[in-house]
Structure formats: C-alpha cells, structure tokens
Design a binder for this molecule. Structure first.
Ligand code: NAD
Length: 254
C-alpha cells in the first residue's frame, strides 16, 4: 500500500485582504496545497498576533504599509510585501528593526510578475549600449501613487548600469517645459506615467541609439499574473533572513 506524502504547510495571513491584490492572494493561498490562510486583515482591524501565521502578505496602501510591516517584524513574522511607495528612509527603518530580529525575513517587491522582473533585468543589461532611454508606465486610474514602484526601480537599475558604463546624462535639448510634458526624472532617467481605464499594469522601456530603437515591454492583463511571484515569496522568505528588495534576488536574476 502506498503512503500519502505529507506536504509541509506554511500558514499565511493577508493584510489588505479586501483589496484587489489581497483578495486574489487569499484565493491563491486557499487553492495551493502547501499554504493555509489563517487570517484576513483590512483597514481598522486589530492585527494582534496575525493569526499565528508563519508568513504575512502585505498589500495595503503606501501610507500604511510601513506600520503594518513594523508590527509583523515585532511579532517575529516573516513578511512578503507588495505595497509600493517605499522611500529609502522607510527601507532603512525596516533594516534597523530587523537587526534585533535575526531570524526574520522581509521581502519587499515592487513587482511580483515574473515577466516584469525579466523586463527589468533585460533593461539593465541593455542600458549600457544606448545613449537614450525613457520609461513609460501605464496603469489603471485607481492607482494612487506615481510613478509606479516598478518604473522607479527600473530607472534606478538603468541609472546604475549607465554610471558603471561611464555614460553621462540622457541627451535632451528641452529648455522650456512649463507643464512638465517631459515627465518625471528618477535617478536622471525620464519616466512617464499614464492612467487609463481598462489597463492593469504595463511598462515599456525605450532605448534609443542613432538609427535604432529597442523597446522592451511587459503587460500584466490580470492580477493573477502576480501570483506565482507572491507564492515564490511566501515559500522562500523564511530562508532569507533580513531585508530583501526585489523578487529577482529569489530567482537568481539579481
Ligand atoms: P486596493 O485599494 O484594491 O487594496 C488595498 C486594500 O488595503 C484595501 O482593501 C484597503 O481597505 C486596505 N487598507 C488600507 N489601509 C489599510 C491598513 N492600514 N491596514 C490594512 N489594510 C488597509 O489596492 P490594490 O490594487 O490591491 O494594491 C495594493 C498595493 O499593492 C498598492 O500599493 C499597489 O501599488 C500594489 N501593487 C503591487 C504589485 C506588486 O507586484 N508588487 C502589484 C499590484 C499592486
């Protein structure tokens, strides 16, 4: 008689559980054989001991995520964070808090879609070969922060690759732009944010050199596109103590 193989189960709570991402994460956790959803929390709920979860997934709003993550670390929970809008100061505060909790892992990922992580990696590889580069990020109009965390991170990665290659500023003769038509600058890289009903999450990186243009584009048509990345985070965060920024660090793409 063959014996049933027992799959170790990770218990998980979700903060922001009533939201678009949080509710999709809850459904995914419930359907997976190796995870058990033990708590759903949304605005106004007492997080308490987070249902005793091994791992907490955080998809709330930029103004609340830092306090929620601090609460989780304080209770010794591993945390997988998708909420965007993190500043360098807020990341530093997470690292300092983790110094007193050596076994706890926190993953903060601006984008959990595997294709988006590949897009960032490809853009970083291509950056040193092109004089010009601009980023266009396109999202649904209910998104509260701009530019997107993915666009900001892509810009930082490209800027670092350009610096390492000794490239200077992107060429741009604009001397008058009273309405900000040339977009924002993140680490010196132009970033343009579009908000359109019907979209989910999309990004193009346009790299230009004399006589050619390389476009790297990723589209998330549905929030389920983020779930394989979230589940990889849930399964691996316990093996990565300290703060990790970017899922690429769990996928061998850093
Ligand atoms: P949403 O508005 O649909 O959901 C946010 C939820 O958080 C709501 O249910 C809200 O009531 C709840 N909330 C607000 N304050 C809270 C608090 N203090 N504690 C607990 N819950 C609270 O938003 P969404 O589309 O689900 O996106 C959530 C976040 O995830 C945003 O920052 C978004 O940019 C980000 N996001 C990240 C990824 C990624 O791959 N990393 C993908 C999509 C969205």
């Amino acid at each position: 008689m063959s014996e049933a193989i027992e799959v170790p189960v990770i218990t998980v709570s979700v903060i922001g559980a009533a939201g678009r991402m949080g509710s999709t994460v809850c459904r995914t956790l419930e359907a997976a054989p190796d995870t058990r959803l033990v708590g759903r929390y949304d605005v106004g709920d007492d997080l308490g001991d987070l249902g005793g979860a091994d791992v907490v997934v955080e998809f709330s709003v930029p103004g609340s995520a830092a306090a929620n993550v601090a609460h989780c670390i304080d209770r010794g929970r591993h945390v997988v964070v998708g909420t965007t809008g993190w500043t360098q100061d807020a990341l530093t505060a997470v690292s300092s808090q983790l110094a007193d909790k050596p076994g706890v892992g926190v993953l903060i990922a601006p984008n959990f879609a595997i294709g988006a992580i590949l897009m960032m990696s490809f853009a970083q590889q291509a950056a040193r070969f092109y004089e010009s580069v601009e980023i266009v990020e396109l999202h649904h109009p209910d998104k509260v922060d701009a530019p997107s965390g993915t666009a900001a991170r892509t810009a930082s990665l490209i800027a670092r690759a350009r610096r390492d290659a000794g490239l200077g500023d992107v060429p741009d003769a604009t001397s008058s732009d009273p309405g900000g038509a040339r977009g924002a600058r993140v680490d010196g890289i132009p970033v343009h944010a579009l908000r359109l009903r019907g979209l989910v999450a999309h990004q193009e990186v346009l790299l230009g050199a004399t006589g050619e243009l390389l476009t790297i584009r990723h589209d998330s048509f549905d929030r389920v596109s983020f779930m394989p990345g979230v589940m990889a985070g849930v399964r691996q965060v316990g093996d990565h103590p300290g703060l990790t920024v970017g899922l690429e660090n769990y996928l061998g793409l850093a």
